[in-house]
Design a protein around this ligand. Structure first.
Ligand SMILES: C[S@@+](CC[C@H](N)C(=O)[O-])C[C@H]1O[C@@H](n2cnc3c(N)ncnc32)[C@H](O)[C@@H]1O
Length: 291
């Protein structure tokens, strides 16, 4: 579904000052992504964090590889201002405003590209094409995205209330893997981690989503006022999910690890070797107990 970029940029800029304090899940996913960096054996000279937000992950990357130049890129200027403010002079980050789907960098200019929970705001083909273009041959991509089970309770509650598009629909593991393959990434490995958070009520969940800039960014979202009656129906439908800890909100996080092709390797066709990829990815799916 088309996303409204101006709205995404404005929402994340508004959220920037308090983002790191509120984005607990995003921080935890960033830490899990860092653990997966053990596959990267050689210290990279240039690292890009695409959709870096206020730069938490970029700072951790700079701490891990102090000699590397770490670039934090984001669409939202407010986020980059925070990234600059939180950075230190002894471990400086390069903060650059830009779109992950049209990166302002030369071909083959990074050894490592990480991107934590930005993919779901982008067109997957455009973003993987750009990631592949700026990675040097055999450079590593490690990225995360939300999967389709994310916020499924909220989506279902709205569906019971009216016909509008209120909650972002997320791509699944296969679609992301296909997009990475189609843009030339080699043997992408994808796996899933599941989380379940609990909220006192649906209003609190929606306030928190808005507070971290993740409000409704659908280009074709239901414009105008959502009727009071529909909102009340949504709240009532969500209440049916209540458990002892509160109202659950599921999050499905997809981890993508892939390597750019070696120099001179041809691009695979858009179908790639999908059958073997899908089987492999299913085998590698990790399912953690809901937290
Ligand atoms: C959920 S936040 C994640 C921030 C950070 N990576 C983290 O780990 O907390 C998503 C970020 O992606 C940025 N973003 C969304 N679409 C983007 C795009 N097309 N290009 C660059 N950044 C984008 C947003 O501005 C926001 O800062």
């Amino acid at each position: 579904m088309p996303l409204d970029r101006a709205r995404i940029r404005a929402a994340f800029t508004r959220a920037a000052v308090d983002y790191e304090r509120s984005a607990v899940l995003q921080g935890q996913v960033g830490d899990l992504l860092l653990e997966r960096l053990d596959r990267v054996r050689e210290p990279p000279a240039r690292v890009l964090d695409a959709g870096a937000g206020s730069g938490r992950l970029a700072r951790l990357l700079k701490r891990r590889w102090p000699q590397a130049e770490v670039v934090a890129l984001d669409l939202a200027l407010g986020m980059l201002q925070q990234a600059r403010r939180k950075g230190s002079w002894w471990r400086p980050l390069r903060c650059i405003s830009g779109d992950a789907q049209a990166l302002p960098f030369a071909d083959a200019s990074f050894d490592l590209l990480v991107s934590n929970l930005c993919l779901q705001w982008c067109d997957p083909h455009a973003v993987f094409r750009e990631f592949r273009r700026v990675l040097r041959p055999s450079g590593w991509l490690l990225a995360t995205s939300f999967g389709p089970d994310t916020l499924r309770e909220l989506r279902a509650a709205w569906r019971a209330a009216d016909a509008g598009a209120h909650v972002h629909v997320f791509l699944d593991l296969h679609d992301l893997g296909d997009a990475a393959l189609a843009q030339g990434f080699v043997d992408p490995v994808l796996d899933v981690e599941r989380f379940r958070l609990h909220y006192p009520d649906a209003r609190t969940l929606m306030r928190e989503l808005k507070g971290i800039g993740a409000g409704n960014a659908l280009g074709e979202r239901a414009r105008g006022l959502t009727g009071r009656a529909a909102f009340a129906r949504m709240l009532a439908a969500y209440e049916c999910e209540r458990v002892a800890q509160g109202l659950p909100a599921s999050y499905e996080v997809i981890f993508v690890q892939a390597q750019a092709p070696q120099a001179g390797a041809p691009l695979r066709g858009p179908r790639g070797d999908l059958a073997s990829f899908s089987l492999e990815s299913m085998r590698r799916q990790l399912r953690r107990e809901p937290r």
